[in-house]
Ligand binder design. Structure first.
Ligand SMILES: [Zn+2]
Ligand SMILES: [Zn+2]
Length: 186
């Protein structure tokens, strides 16, 4: 099996099925690897990005394709290098923290009137550079995840970070309690 087939199978295994949407993310990730001069196969992790490459992805949708980006580029929510700017667009911005390079890939419209199966076959057989328009990034490189001081909500008693505390009626409230408080005041 060639290397790309191995990579594709990894994506399908993670995502749970193969589909056109997964193919879009898969091709976007391969294109990002090429455009940002990333290297695959480091650290015995064949086919996936080597651990010292620091790639950040901002996805403009939360559809199937994001799963392929997680698998191929090692972007994840927990690591803080997978972020969402929800616009419902098939667009992805990739940053290489090491080099400062970035690129935004926007899916081109596919030929009209295709069935699900036809569009899957179309995306599978189309080269990434034919599939995406490369546009300048619109968003800045996100800062690294910050740590916030913790506070106890004076309503529910649960602990949350400073960024999620609101002052309402002289009390420090978590966002859930703050919303409840607002509702009772209308
Ligand atoms: Zn899918
Ligand atoms: Zn609370």
């Amino acid at each position: 099996m060639d290397e790309n087939k191995v990579l594709w199978n990894k994506c399908v295994e993670f995502h749970g099925h193969s589909c056109g949407g997964l193919t879009i993310g898969y091709k976007a990730a391969l294109y990002a690897i090429e455009l940002l001069d990333l290297k695959l196969g480091g650290g015995g992790n064949a086919g996936c990005l080597s651990a010292d490459e620091e790639i950040v992805c901002i996805s403009e949708n939360d559809a199937c394709g994001v799963d392929a980006i997680q698998v191929l580029l090692g972007c994840s929510i927990g690591k803080g290098n997978l972020l969402f700017h929800m616009r419902g667009k098939q667009a992805f911005t990739f940053f290489n923290r090491k080099t400062g390079k970035s690129v935004r890939l926007l899916l081109k419209p596919k030929p009209e009137g295709m069935t699900r199966e036809e569009s899957f076959a179309y995306y599978q057989s189309t080269e990434p550079k034919e599939m995406f328009d490369v546009t300048d990034r619109k968003l800045p490189l996100p800062e690294k995840a910050r740590l916030f001081d913790s506070y106890v909500c004076e309503c529910c008693g649960e602990v949350t970070g400073a960024n999620w505390i609101r002052l309402a009626g002289g009390k420090k409230l978590c966002l859930d309690c703050c919303e409840t408080y607002d509702r009772f005041n209308v």
